[in-house]
Structure formats: structure tokens, C-alpha cells
Design a protein around this ligand. Structure first.
Ligand code: PGA
Length: 259
């Protein structure tokens, strides 16, 4: 377990469809930069809605990396309303979330997630791949479901791209304001071990070791540190609490201190 925790922790802020104005976005982002500066051992990634990305990229210092929340799987062309991976990379995005449960709920399949990953990697983006079950069962069917999500997501992804892959385990029952609860550190530890095993099977143990496994879903100031210290997570994907500067600071600091 020790070696899994010793890498640089990654904290990803998923702003979702918030905030409602550019002024507030700039403010929250400047606070995130200041927070990242106070925790140099932690990698902070902010994923704002598309329209804010270019503006925030233009004014930023390099302490925070920017990410998008989605991309389209084709390179360019007649796809009204879509945004390409190369547009994102050109604006300065380094990461892109893909397969978030809120997008899967809108019809995104594992096959679509895979196409988006291949396209994002082609443009040099690091892909934050969200996986996770709707509910748990005593027979462990949720484990096979998560295993299949990973295998399909990584189909035709080459080993050399392992360093551009991040897995975010987000059990659907633990996400957003309708969550039953956050997962426990023990739930997370079981899943981190399982996901690592699946990744080793796909990419070989050495490449798999390079892939951070994050936890996301109702992360808050009280539970953040325990997912890393006890759960063995390589970082956190934070929704609601990433928009609250005070909470986000405490979460980033908890990651810094959880060794
Ligand atoms: P939450 O969202 O922290 O608000 O539960 C997490 C996510 O959906 O990425």
C-alpha cells in the first residue's frame, strides 16, 4: 500500500455546470491557484465548463492545470454543438474528464467513452476516466461491472499512453446531492486494489502502476484525507465542494497531509 500512496496526489475540481457567470468563475479559479500554491506536493486540476476554459487559461499561472468535462470523438467537421479534443488542447487544457456518470445517464456508452479517450490521447490530453457502479450487491457483480467499464474504456489504448490515463472511481450511489453517503475508506481500498488488478491485466503491472486511481463522490473536508490515507486513493475528484473555496482549501491540504 505504501508505494501507492507515495506518488503526487491529484485533486480534480469538477465544476459541472457551475458557476453561472464568468466573474465568479474567475474568482473561484484565482482562489484555486492560491490554494495550489500553498500545497506544492499536490497536483490541482480545475475542470470548468467549456465557455470559461479559454479565458481562465489565458490568465493563469502554471500551478493549476486545466481540464474539460467532455469532448467529441471526431477530429473536426459538421458536428453542430460539439467540441473537439484539439480545440481543448489548443486552449491550454491538459486533461479531460470522460464517462462521468452524469453523462452516462444522458446515454454515453462504454463504446463512446472509448472513442473519446482515443481521440483525446491523440491530441495529447490526459484522460480522467470515470467508472463506478449504480448500486452494490453482496455477490460482487458491481466489481465485474467496473472491470468491464475499464476494459471497454481502454480498448486499443497503447501501453505507452498509460501515463496519460487517470481512473476516477465514482460509485453513482455516492455522487451529488441525492447520494446515500460517501463511500467508506474500506470500500475505496477494496476498489483501488481491484482496479489496479484489472489495469495490470490490460497494460501489464509496470504501466498500470503509473495510473493514478482517484476517488470521487461526496468528498468533503472531513472525509478527504481518509480516502487517501486509508483507502489508498491517488487523489480525489471533487464536485460540489470544489466550488466552495474554504472547503476546497481544506480538501487540498488534507491530501497534502495524508501520507
Ligand atoms: P460530488 O460530485 O462531489 O458533488 O458528489 C463528484 C462528481 O460527480 O465528480
Amino acid at each position: 500500500m505504501g508505494s501507492m500512496k507515495s506518488g503526487r496526489q491529484l485533486i480534480v475540481a469538477n465544476w459541472k455546470m457551475n458557476p453561472q457567470g464568468l466573474g465568479e468563475a474567475k474568482f473561484i479559479f484565482s482562489q484555486a491557484q492560491e490554494i495550489a500554491r500553498s500545497a506544492p506536493g499536490v497536483g490541482v486540476v480545475v475542470c470548468p465548463p467549456f465557455p470559461y476554459l479559454g479565458v481562465l487559461a489565458a490568465g493563469r499561472s502554471k500551478v493549476v492545470a486545466l481540464g474539460a468535462q467532455n469532448l467529441f470523438w471526431m477530429e473536426s467537421g459538421a458536428y453542430t454543438g460539439e467540441v473537439s479534443a484539439s480545440m481543448l488542447a489548443d486552449l491550454g487544457a491538459k486533461y479531460c474528464i470522460v464517462g462521468h456518470s452524469e453523462r452516462r445517464a444522458l446515454g454515453e456508452t462504454d463504446a463512446v467513452v472509448n472513442k473519446k479517450i482515443l481521440q483525446g490521447l491523440k491530441s495529447g490530453l490526459s484522460m480522467i476516466i470515470c467508472i463506478g457502479e449504480q448500486s452494490r450487491d453482496l455477490e460482487g457483480a458491481y466489481l465485474s461491472l467496473v472491470g468491464r467499464q475499464i476494459e471497454e474504456a481502454l480498448a486499443r489504448v497503447s501501453k505507452k499512453d498509460a501515463k496519460k490515463i487517470v481512473i476516477a472511481y465514482e460509485p453513482v450511489w455516492a455522487i451529488g446531492k441525492n447520494a446515500i453517503r460517501a463511500a467508506s475508506p474500506a470500500d475505496v481500498q477494496q476498489m483501488t486494489i481491484y482496479v489496479r488488478r484489472i489495469l495490470s491485466g490490460i497494460m501489464g503491472a509496470e504501466s498500470a502502476r503509473a495510473i493514478p486511481i482517484l476517488y470521487g463522490g461526496s468528498v468533503d473536508t472531513k472525509n478527504a484525507g481518509s480516502f487517501i490515507a486509508e483507502g489508498g486513493a491517488g487523489g480525489l475528484l471533487v464536485g460540489r465542494e470544489s466550488l466552495n473555496t474554504k472547503s476546497f482549501r481544506a480538501i487540498v491540504h488534507a491530501a497534502r497531509d495524508a501520507r
